[in-house]
Design a protein around this ligand. Structure first.
Ligand code: BES
Ligand code: MN
Ligand code: ZN
Length: 495
């Protein structure tokens, strides 16, 4: 399911590249960098003219098309990234916009360049090019031959070829492949992207990278006494799956980092059913699991020298004669009794047993990702992932990873006061804290099951997919939190 697309490097002068489209990345209001004078000459000075005439100002996402060079690029597009300093975020965005432009034009391939690109910028451009070239076509009939546009099959970055830029290119290609995999899983309709498909994808990934794969089905969850996960799964005839993939890239004795994902292939709300409008978005409720799968793909491609375990719980939340009901009390694997107030607060029920399950790995750290609450979208919109935890050192590490990966994260508090809101009259804890601070009471619930290791929770309800076209990324899945997961792991192992 990974895209065959990959980016290459060329040390040649961009003026001589045989490409249908050359994208030149430029900062705003700066003179043409010396490294691009050859290209400018080849265009008879039309790049400098565009800049000095202010036809092109270099503001973020600005694109100006120039005619090509007879012996080189057939078309040239200047692409603005705004004012200095140029961030990783800006280069990722530029790469994505460049490839998306090629996709819309149907050029089939493109080249991209900028001023003396650094390894960091090469990596960001590469990951961005993957993002822009990504598309989901599996369930659409192709248009007639004459109207068909070529997918973006190849991209070249014109930059100095050094061991460092080559390593950066490889890292960007790995990241791009993992993000694309997560996005494809997210976009795949719920009737196709079932718990079985998520499990099969993980099994294939593990086999390709020599990782250990294991899974539990309904009987396995019963044997593990996972009454909380099973309560969600009891409403659907589909077999639930708890999947574990183990990458042992570090020293044998080193405690692993464990990534945990919510994998609701569809969330109707169950008996506490959701309103019809917009319910189709709930196919994205497996984005936490998709993020774990995407991150493990990157871990495998990068061969990260660290022990990482990916775990996800996959099922669907359905109303049915066998579904859980409000008022039910279930016993979690951890031993705590949970009163179900709202069957739509199902993600935390699945995660409770996953967070309990992973204790057996003696984790160095556990990070879970889940499209957990609408309240998180109210708080932070589609811009930032909610980051919650009580181990402030780990929270800071995750925030740094999120923000340097080009994905954004923002901390919400998790004081004990919030736990008061989820006290139950009949059980140890209830699964809904009511209207206020919904993202926090959800995390406070998870905290009850994650007390035996350093833990951070990512609420990606707003960031895993976008309800609008963002220009550089179309409406739909974004690949969040793959970048955050991977950046965290790379920082831990110095890769
Ligand atoms: N999957 C949803 C959260 C969600 C909502 C994700 C909107 C993306 C966009 C989750 O299972 C859910 O339904 N949460 C409820 C919790 C409530 C019943 C306590 C919510 O947020 O309304
Ligand atoms: Mn729900
Ligand atoms: Zn859900």
């Amino acid at each position: 399911m990974t895209s065959p697309f990959s980016v290459t490097l060329s040390g040649a002068d961009a003026a001589f590249l045989q490409t249908p489209l050359l994208v030149v990345v430029l900062l705003s209001d700066t003179p043409l960098p010396a490294t691009l004078t050859g290209l400018d000459k080849a265009t008879s000075g039309s790049i400098t003219a565009a800049i000095t005439q202010r036809d092109f100002r270099g503001s973020r996402d600005e694109i100006l098309f120039l005619s090509g060079v007879p012996s080189g690029p057939r078309r040239i597009a200047l692409l603005g990234i705004g004012s200095a300093p140029a961030t990783v975020h800006a280069f990722r965005r530029a790469g994505a916009l460049a490839a998306r432009t090629a996709l819309k034009m149907g050029t089939g391939s493109l080249a991209i360049t900028g001023d003396a690109l650094t390894p960091e910028q090469v990596e960001a451009l590469t990951a961005g090019l993957h993002a822009g070239a990504w598309q989901y076509l599996d369930t659409k009939t192709p248009p007639p031959e004459a109207e068909r546009k070529a997918p973006v099959a190849a991209a070249v970055i014109a930059a100095p070829v050094t061991p460092d830029t080559q390593a950066a290119l490889a890292n960007g290609n790995a990241l791009g492949a993992g993000v694309s995999l997560a996005r494809t899983l997210g976009m795949t309709p719920g009737n196709i992207c079932t718990p079985d498909l998520l499990a099969a994808t993980a099994r294939d990934l593990a086999a390709r990278h020599g990782m250990k794969y294991s899974e539990l089905d309904r009987a396995g969850l019963e044997a593990e006494k996972m009454g909380s996960f099973l309560a969600v799964a009891q409403g659907t005839p589909q077999e639930p799956r708890l999947v574990t993939i183990e990458h042992r890239g570090g020293n044998a004795g080193d405690a692993p980092v464990v990534l945990v994902g919510k994998g609701l292939c569809f969330d109707s709300g169950g008996i506490s059913i959701k309103p019809a409008a917009g319910m189709e978005w709930m196919k994205f409720d497996m984005s936490g699991a998709g993020g774990v799968i995407g991150a493990m793909e990157v871990v495998g491609l990068m061969r990260l020298p660290i022990n990482v375990i990916g775990v996800f719980g996959a099922t669907t939340n359905m109303p049915s004669g066998t579904a859980m009901n409000p008022g039910d009390v279930v016993r979690s694997q951890y031993g705590k009794y949970i009163e179900i107030i709202n069957t739509d607060a199902e993600g935390r029920l699945v995660l409770a047993d996953l967070l309990s399950y992973v204790r057996r790995f003696n984790p160095a750290a556990v990070i879970d990702a889940a499209t957990l609450t609408g309240a998180c979208v109210v708080a932070l919109g589609h811009t930032a992932t909610g980051v919650l935890g009580v181990d402030q050192k780990l929270v800071d590490e995750v925030l740094a990873a999120a923000n340097s990966s080009g994905e954004r994260g923002w901390q919400l508090p998790l004081w004990d006061d919030y736990t008061d809101l989820i006290k139950s009259d009949v059980a140890d804890i209830k699964n809904s804290g009511g209207r206020w601070a919904g993202a926090i009471t959800a995390a406070a619930f998870l905290k009850e099951f994650a007390s035996d290791y350093p833990w951070v929770h990512l609420d990606v309800a707003g960031t895993a997919y976008s309800e609008t076209d963002l220009g550089f990324i179309p409406k739909g899945p974004t690949g969040v939190p793959v970048g955050t997961f991977v950046q965290f792991l790379r920082t831990r192992c110095g890769h």
